[in-house]
Design a protein around this ligand. Structure first.
Ligand code: ATP
Ligand code: LTN
Length: 327
């Protein structure tokens, strides 16, 4: 079985976009791959975080993965900060990465503009990400397009390292989702629904209450044409609602279009709201039971033990190659 590894930053509460575009893909992959899913919590502190909120969010996100169908018997689930080999390997890789290539990372350029004081960790972030991937010989790394450049950097570092010291690392390949359902912000349907956005009116969070979900969908921005059909360019709001309905009902867009061809916008919104509520309430029910018991602690403990063993072996062989470790 080929190995797949991915991480979702606990940078915000998970959204309907995270479910449809991210988590559901991982649920499909778990049947086919030896899947490693971890929480890159060390990556989260590259920008300021409130410690209490951060700890809460990490646990909530793990509970939500499980509630959305990530099966702990098919996935290795763990926290990055519980495995010191990530940062240790990152240091060795930093010493094998050039300033020139690290300086080309476009996400650093974007993210650093938003910070008053830019942490050095924000700059070295992609090298830690390379360590996350290379420690486990991941064959595939599912990521959004914005992360592709980072996986390519991991490939470059691994290739250079292998050439210099002899084969140690598997060269990973990014898995970019085919143009699938991209869920847009309900208030500005030309922008992606993003968990770290500050204005929550256009974002459906997986833990929103029924009342809030209905309110957000009923006030989604549409157009004045009052005809329901899919046209992302001219009718992004309506198209986004059709996309959400299609993704959650597993119906083709064409079928959904047909179903609502005689509806007015109010009716369409009501139906979409009711399907989103049904889906999310079922997830929230499971989420509650995961938050109450000690399942999460147990899963993370198991993941921690398993991944520390794998990572130690890889790290030891890296040390040996570069002339460090036991003499
Ligand atoms: P952030 O705001 O912190 O950058 P994000 O909400 O944009 O986060 P990521 O954590 O970068 O989401 O994405 C995780 C995965 O979920 C990626 O595979 C991404 O493609 C997918 N994803 C996130 N938001 C959406 C969305 N609105 N529509 C479709 N897929 C999404
Ligand atoms: N940078 C990624 C999160 C991340 C990751 C990884 C993803 C950290 N390490 C390793 C895949 C593999 C993000 O912000 N989405």
């Amino acid at each position: 079985m080929k190995r797949l590894l991915t991480g979702l930053q606990p940078s915000g509460e998970l959204t309907l976009g995270s479910l449809i575009g991210g988590i559901r893909q991982s649920v499909a992959f778990q049947e086919e791959y030896d899947s490693f899913i971890f929480v890159p919590d060390l990556h989260a502190i590259t920008v300021p975080q409130d410690p209490i909120l951060l700890r809460e969010r990490i646990k909530k996100n793990v509970a939500l993965y499980l509630a959305c169908g990530i099966d702990p018997t098919k996935n290795t689930i763990y926290l990055q900060s519980q495995n010191l080999y990530h940062t240790n390997l990152s240091w060795v890789l930093e010493c094998n990465t050039y300033m020139g290539e690290a300086s080309r990372m476009t996400q650093f350029k974007d993210k650093s503009k938003k910070q008053q004081n830019v942490a050095v960790g924000l700059f070295t972030y992609p090298i830690l990400m390379a360590a996350d991937i290379l420690l486990y010989d991941a064959d595939f790394v599912p990521v959004g397009v914005d992360q592709k450049q980072h996986v390519e950097l991991a490939r470059d570092i691994a290739t250079r390292f292998n050439n210099k010291y002899g084969d140690v690392f598997t060269i990973p390949e990014p898995l970019i989702p085919k143009v699938g359902a991209k869920i847009m912000n309900l208030q500005d349907p030309t922008r992606k629904m993003s968990k770290s956005d500050t204005d929550s009116k256009g974002i459906i969070f997986l833990l929103d209450s029924e009342e809030v979900i209905v309110k957000k969908i009923m006030s989604a921005v549409t157009d004045s044409d009052n005809k329901v059909y899919y046209d992302m360019e001219n009718k992004p709001g309506i198209s986004n609602l059709l996309t959400i309905y299609s993704a959650l009902s597993n119906m083709e867009i064409k079928e959904v279009e047909r179903k609502f061809s005689d509806s007015n916008y109010g009716n369409l919104k009501k139906e979409v709201a009711s399907l989103v509520v049904e889906t999310l309430l079922a997830i929230q029910e499971k989420y509650k039971s995961f938050m109450e018991g000690d399942t999460i602690e147990k899963i993370l403990e198991e993941g921690c033990i398993k991944t520390n063993k794998i990572a130690k072996e890889k790290y030891d062989s890296v040390l040996e190659k570069v002339g460090l470790g036991r003499v």
